[in-house]
Design a protein around this ligand. Structure first.
Ligand SMILES: Cc1cc2nc3c(=O)[nH]c(=O)nc-3n(C[C@H](O)[C@H](O)[C@H](O)COP(=O)(O)OP(=O)(O)OC[C@H]3O[C@@H](n4cnc5c(N)ncnc54)[C@H](O)[C@@H]3O)c2cc1C
Length: 495
């Protein structure tokens, strides 16, 4: 029996698990996918927002600002990539400058530190890559960029090291109230028991709420397409560049990443289908035109790949974080759209306080360890240091991914920490994220996973159930298939 079960291991569930793991209670973190951070938390802009976009009387404005402030300590403890590069909003007309004044006033009301309105000369000095037609804008130095999946992996690793039990490939299907607790039942019929439950199921929070016969609401997916550009420091801005915002979204942004690549996007379109993450060439053209207006030096030639994430929105556009009025011991953490990544650490505190209000007794764990160990990364390492490292462990000198300079030792570390799909390893190590998008390293990684786990190659997946990488071995092919010209399948994404 767990004291608390958290449904969903995105950034929200992971933040809650990590915070609760610092207290003397038992926690289950339950995730339907093969690995953590495989939902919306892997497909976003990776910005730690400064806190000037939302109205001070919304919950998301409060939690965004508090969350932003928590990242320096979190980075110190967990070591994920995060930089406070600052955010600029760029205006191209007097009209737009009026909107900037409104954003500034909102930022001041929210308590955003260091925010200032800047004129033409100052904005072009702060960011020389901006279009010279800019007339001014807003500068928020506390905004930052982060590797979102790296953050979630670190949170979960730390929560697990502090006693949290992680259940992946565990899709909650139904829940039954039995005495003073809940029986949680997976699609496969497995059962977990918990006294209290947190619904942090992102796009599926409405289905999870229904499983508890709790509040009825409907999550509306709002799609955001993003385009990733390869490293090109000469063309890229050093800060996150925002346009003056549109009604439904913050607009199309130019976003340097912590890895030195760059993203442009996202779009914002309400859709029906919760798994529709396709991108279109039309949106690429549209997004690029908007981004290039702000930063003319960016070029489509640098595009490596595209992806889409779906914001989990609710009518009213605010977070919905409350104790359920219908299901005892259930906390709803739903409608966590942008700035959910920024707000997640503060959402965790808010949820903890709701659980306390519900009667959960928390005593701080004396042996809580706030930090995690991470092996060295070969990328960017000084050659002499790499030589020394390779003397101790020679697989640091075996480069598996040439684009991102990832060694065999790093892939093995990812596998030993539980990331056994291609995507899990990609998000943990960056192998497969570079310009060739896995063309060189996929087969090498498959071989390492097979060797380390004992799994046959045809059981290894890209991202869990329903995403096989290899459909069979040539040696197993039936003679009639060979005669009909059938070929073994290629890994997904390879052509
Ligand atoms: C395009 C885009 C750009 C964004 N950019 C930013 C940004 O720059 N900064 C920012 O602050 N925010 C940003 N956001 C918002 C941010 O990404 C989200 O708010 C945040 O990731 C939501 O986290 P989550 O944990 O609620 O959801 P998720 O990451 O989706 O996690 C929910 C988890 O629940 C699991 N789950 C669902 N149903 C079940 C079930 N029945 N049983 C078990 N598990 C289940 C899912 O598999 C999933 O892993 C952006 C969003 C998008 C789409």
């Amino acid at each position: 029996m767990f004291d608390v079960a958290i449904i969903g291991a995105g950034v929200v569930g992971a933040s809650i698990a990590r915070l609760l793991s610092s207290y003397n209670i038992s926690i289950a973190l339950v995730e339907r996918r093969a690995d953590v951070s495989f939902g919306v938390s892997k497909a976003n802009s990776g910005i730690i927002h400064a806190g000037f976009h939302h109205n001070p009387d919304t919950l998301k404005a409060r939690l965004e600002l508090r969350g932003n402030k928590m990242f320096d300590r979190l980075k110190m403890e967990l070591g994920f990539p995060f930089q406070r590069v600052g955010i600029l909003v760029v205006a191209f007309s007097v009209e737009e400058l009026k909107t900037v004044e409104g954003l500034y006033a909102r930022g001041v009301a929210n308590g955003v530190p260091g925010i200032e309105i800047v004129g033409r000369e100052r904005i072009l000095t702060l960011e020389p890559k901006l279009n010279g037609d800019a007339v001014g804008g807003l500068w928020a130095p506390t905004g930052g960029i982060i590797e979102p999946y790296g953050f979630v992996f670190a949170l979960v690793e730390n929560a697990v090291a502090n006693g949290t039990r992680l259940f992946t490939d565990w899709p909650l299907a139904s829940a039954k109230r039995t005495g003073d607790h809940w029986q949680l039942i997976s699609e496969g019929g497995e059962v977990l028991e918990a006294r209290r439950v947190v619904n942090a199921a992102g796009l599926y929070a409405d289905d999870v709420s229904a499983a508890f016969d709790a509040e009825e609401f409907r999550i509306i997916p709002r799609k955001g397409e993003e385009f990733l550009l390869d490293r090109n420091a000469a063309a890229f801005p050093a800060h996150v560049i925002f346009p003056v915002p549109a009604k439904n979204s913050k607009g199309v942004l130019v976003i340097p990443t912590v890895e030195g690549t760059m993203m442009v996007g996202p779009t914002a379109e309400d859709i029906r289908e919760k798994e529709d993450t396709g991108t279109t060439p039309e949106n690429l053209d549209r997004v690029f035109a908007m981004a290039a207006r702000m930063v003319p030096s960016i070029s489509k030639r640098d595009i490596i790949t595209s992806f889409a994430g779906l914001r989990a929105t609710l009518p009213g556009d605010d977070f919905y974080i409350e104790l359920s009025q219908k299901a005892p011991g259930l906390v709803q953490a739903a409608g966590i759209q942008s700035p959910g990544l920024t707000a997640a650490p503060a959402i965790a505190e808010y949820v903890r306080d709701l659980l306390i209000r519900d009667g959960l007794e928390l005593a701080e764990k004396e042996d809580f360890v706030a930090t995690i160990e991470r092996g060295p990364r070969v990328c960017g390492m000084d050659p002499a240091a790499l030589d020394e490292l390779a003397k101790r462990e020679k697989t640091y000198a075996h480069i598996v991914c040439r684009c991102e300079n990832v060694s065999e030792a790093e892939v093995v570390e990812a596998i030993r920490k539980g990331h056994t799909t291609l995507d899990g390893i990609k998000f943990y190590t960056r192998a497969g994220m570079g310009r060739c998008q896995g063309g060189f390293c996929t087969y090498r990684i498959l071989a390492i996973i097979a060797r380390e786990t004992g799994m046959p190659v045809d059981r290894i997946t890209k991202r869990g159930r329903g995403s096989p990488v290899v459909l069979g071995r040539i040696g197993d092919a039936r003679p009639d298939a060979e005669q009909s010209g059938a070929r073994p399948a290629r890994p997904e994404g390879q052509s």
